[in-house]
Design a protein. Structure first.
Length: 275
């Protein structure tokens, strides 16, 4: 195997996926034929890359580790459909990269390092207009939060914001033995298909996000107390009126609200800003 002498760096959160059955199953979730475009984040030694390009797709792989970039470029030097970009996905001009490299939409395939999974998720959410599908491997705990339903212990900010814009499906669980070095926790592969329109009507998405984040800021506190401390620019009287208007008891907790309730509440609070 190419790169067998290169050891994973803990500082980069690297755990190389080596199980060919799992690699094949992940690649099967992505359209990999001619005309398809794939962004791979963190290809590592290129184990998944080989499956993704086998059908003729155009692939751009972004890799931070300067030890691995020469290996990947040497492997694909004769394949004009593959471009290896050295850099930090969180620092790159992602819209610029994707528009330069081809027409939208793109798919994303990634085995995300645990230590950057949340910021990368928010980066992909922000740039969702470029994508037709995301296939991401994440720490199982994060995957559980993304797919969680209201009232469950895993339901939170990620659940609400991603389910507003995507159909989220947990596709498979990946055990630690499928990686080298072996992590201490299970991983999960999830697929995300962007919705044509948000699942519920949200007037001001930035404000909606602030309301959601505020509602989950103190999970043991009531919704009333969380919203009071969220810096929404709404008086206590305004918060009380908004909750009453939406039929939401002030003593409930954020994790009990569904998408429709969050949207209704955010719109009601927005109308009371500055009163």
């Amino acid at each position: 195997m190419r790169g067998e002498g290169i050891r994973a760096r803990k500082s980069l959160g690297q755990n190389f996926l080596t199980d060919r059955n799992v690699l094949s199953r992940i690649a099967a979730l992505v359209s990999t034929g001619p005309g398809d475009r794939i962004l791979e984040i963190g290809p590592g030694k290129g184990a998944l890359t080989a499956f993704l390009v086998s059908g003729g797709a155009r692939l751009v792989a972004v890799e931070l580790d300067t030890r691995l970039v020469p290996l990947l470029r040497e492997t694909y030097r004769d394949n004009p459909r593959v471009e290896i970009v050295q850099g930090d996905i969180l620092q790159l001009d992602l819209p610029g990269l994707l528009t330069r490299c081809g027409e939208v939409p793109w798919q994303v395939a990634a085995n995300l390092p645990y230590n950057i999974s949340t910021p990368v998720l928010f980066l992909l959410l922000e740039n969702r207009r470029f994508f037709s599908r995301l296939v991401l491997m994440l720490q199982k705990e994060v995957g559980d939060r993304l797919a969680a339903v209201p009232g469950s212990k895993d339901y939170g900010v990620l659940s609400v914001l991603f389910q507003l814009h995507f159909d989220v499906v947990r596709e498979l669980i990946v055990r630690p033995g499928s990686f080298h070095p072996v992590p201490k926790v299970d991983s999960a592969v999830l697929s995300f298909v962007p919705l044509e329109n948000p699942r519920v009507e949200v007037g001001d998405e930035a404000f909606f996000s602030r309301v959601v984040k505020g509602a989950f800021a103190m999970r043991r506190k009531t919704l009333w107390n969380c919203l009071r401390g969220a810096g929404l620019g709404v008086t206590e009287e305004g918060i009380a009126a908004a909750l009453d208007q939406c039929g939401i008891a002030a003593g409930r907790r954020g994790e009990t609200l569904g998408l429709e309730e969050f949207a209704s509440l955010a719109n009601a609070l927005l109308a009371r800003r500055g009163e």
